[in-house]
Design a protein around this ligand. Structure first.
Ligand SMILES: Cc1cc2nc3c(=O)[nH]c(=O)nc-3n(C[C@H](O)[C@H](O)[C@H](O)COP(=O)(O)OP(=O)(O)OC[C@H]3O[C@@H](n4cnc5c(N)ncnc54)[C@H](O)[C@@H]3O)c2cc1C
Length: 469
């Protein structure tokens, strides 16, 4: 297992190097790990899943509303099936709560049959229109005025953090090298090899995959391609306290507009409720701050959907940037002459589609001449459970009896034990920061946002070498 965070990079020539360890790059690395190849991932950040992949709405989509016939439609549908099965096997929390796409006026009501038809054309056959009575029976706290809804029972909520970490963990365990703190600043080619220049030295590889998210177009240009431009589309979100959870049973979607899927109200697998996201085109690829205007807009929209939600406490706010482009589809292109595959424009469905994107990219690499060798099954990975719907360690008497550290709570809001923090710090892809530790355990992610547990968690983090033993 090799994860490096500092120092010189290995001299070896890799078969494939993947730029970017978001959910997409990590999924690709995991898929490549099934083959007898030497693969490396180079990531600018100090952790996996630290950019767009950590800040989304965490819905495992059916793809019912994709553009029929698009690559995205196919990969979302296939990705949903793959990820649902993978989650069940690896312990990634998923709750199949279903979605209701609510019509609030006559125009939206008139749009529902076309959306049901679109779902069919996307290969999703379980969507059906339900009347107001059924909508209110299933969502008693919905605001007044809902006329009907499209019921999409296949939509689920998922943990995005565990997903990326599961992919990366399995890839690393299977022999992929993960080089963190390793931003690629220049691209060259010599003797048929890609040469990726970083502050830690040069990585050499026969094949290159660009999974650089918001920077996928910049990398593509450095390789001589001008097929798309990323316009970061900010999505701000509010996270409501767990007391709000009983107000919302489904993912409550609006009827979509040209700018995207619109503002939703959805439960999270951690027991909270989300309200968001906004859809704001930005110039700045680092603009992940929230704004007073964004929050005011969300509150106004949320008040219509579930009025009582707005009386609940807000635990936190965050924002993510979608990699939108001028095209209405993912920008996945093979350049066989360069032994290069671009995986760009992975906009608002990339978490869902990640495993299907990985399989598709692997096919494209083979089509570009990479000899994949025979595929093998990877050793299964079992991730720690972060979901409220499944037993957490503090609830498992047998686990605590075997290892009392799981009974010692450090973060009381989120009920995170010392044992879980110890395990996360000793994991194959350990956290490099307190935020990374939060994404692995939920510690400091609750109502007090670390006010009470922050010092204790920080102490464990600082003493991690001692904890590892
Ligand atoms: C508000 C919002 C809501 C969303 N909701 C959903 C949802 O409900 N369901 C769903 O399926 N999807 C959703 N998405 C989309 C999903 O989050 C993205 O499609 C997905 O995270 C993209 O993953 P990625 O790996 O392509 O990008 P990223 O996670 O951004 O990863 C790219 C990585 O590349 C690295 N990198 C960039 N340049 C370099 C370089 N030069 N050298 C080294 N490393 C580099 C970055 O540091 C980064 O870690 C949402 C997105 C947003 C913003």
């Amino acid at each position: 297992m090799t994860v490096t965070t500092a120092g010189a990079l290995p001299e070896e020539i890799y078969d494939v190097v993947v730029v970017g360890a978001g959910v997409v790059g990590s999924a690709i690395a995991r898929e490549l790990a099934r083959h007898p190849l030497r693969t490396a991932v180079v990531e600018a950040s100090d952790d996996v899943g630290d950019a767009t992949s950590k800040a989304n709405t965490a819905i495992l989509h059916t793809g019912f509303d994709a553009v029929p016939g698009s690559l995205e439609s196919r990969l979302v549908r296939e990705g949903q099936q793959r990820l649902a099965a993978y989650a069940a096997e690896s312990g990634i929390p998923v709750e199949p709560v279903g979605a209701l796409l609510v019509a609030w006026d006559d125009e939206q009501l008139a749009a529902l049959p076309a959306l049901a038809d679109k779902a069919e054309r996307n290969g999703y056959r379980d969507a059906r229109i339900i009347g107001a009575d059924e909508v209110y029976r299933r969502e008693p706290h919905l605001g007044p005025g809902a006329l009907a809804a499209l019921d999409v029972p296949g939509e689920s909520i998922i943990c995005p953090w565990t997903t990326t970490l599961a992919y990366a963990t399995q890839a690393v365990r299977a022999g992929v090298d993960l080089h963190l703190n390793c931003r690629v600043e220049g691209f060259g080619r010599a003797e048929e090899l890609h040469r990726l220049h970083t502050a830690r030295g040069t990585v050499r590889a026969r094949y290159l995959v660009n999974a650089a998210g918001l920077h996928s177009d910049t990398v593509d240009r450095a390789l001589g391609h001008h097929d798309f431009t990323v316009t970061p589309r900010r999505g701000q979100l509010l996270v409501f306290d767990k007391f709000a959870r009983e107000l919302v049973h489904h993912i409550l979607l609006p009827v979509p507009t040209a700018l995207g899927k619109g503002v939703l109200v959805a439960p999270t697998v951690y027991g909270n409720v989300l309200l968001g996201p906004t859809a704001e085109n930005r110039d700045d690829r680092t603009a992940t701050h929230t704004t007073a205007e964004g929050i005011a807009l969300l509150r106004e929209k949320g008040r219509r959907i579930v009025p009582a939600l707005l009386d609940e406490e807000v635990t936190t706010v965050y924002a993510g940037l979608r990699a939108a482009t001028e095209h209405d589809d993912f920008q996945i292109h093979a350049h066989p002459e360069q032994r290069y595959v671009t995986v760009g424009g992975i906009r608002s469905t990339g978490l869902t589609a990640s495993m299907a994107i990985a399989a598709y990219v692997t096919e494209l690499l083979a089509g570009a001449g990479l000899d994949l060798g025979e595929a093998r099954d990877l050793d299964p990975v079992r991730m720690p459970n972060l979901g409220e719907a499944f037993p957490r360690p503090y609830q498992r008497a047998e686990l605590i009896a075997a290892d009392p550290e799981y009974g010692v709570l450090v973060c009381h809001c989120e009920r995170v034990s010392r044992g879980e923090i110890r395990d996360a710090l000793a994991g194959p892809v350990p956290p490099a920061s307190l935020d990374g530790l939060r994404r692995r355990t939920r510690a400091r992610g609750g109502r007090c946002q670390g006010f009470y547990c922050g010092a204790a968690v920080r102490e464990l983090f600082v003493r991690r070498a001692e904890l590892r033993g």
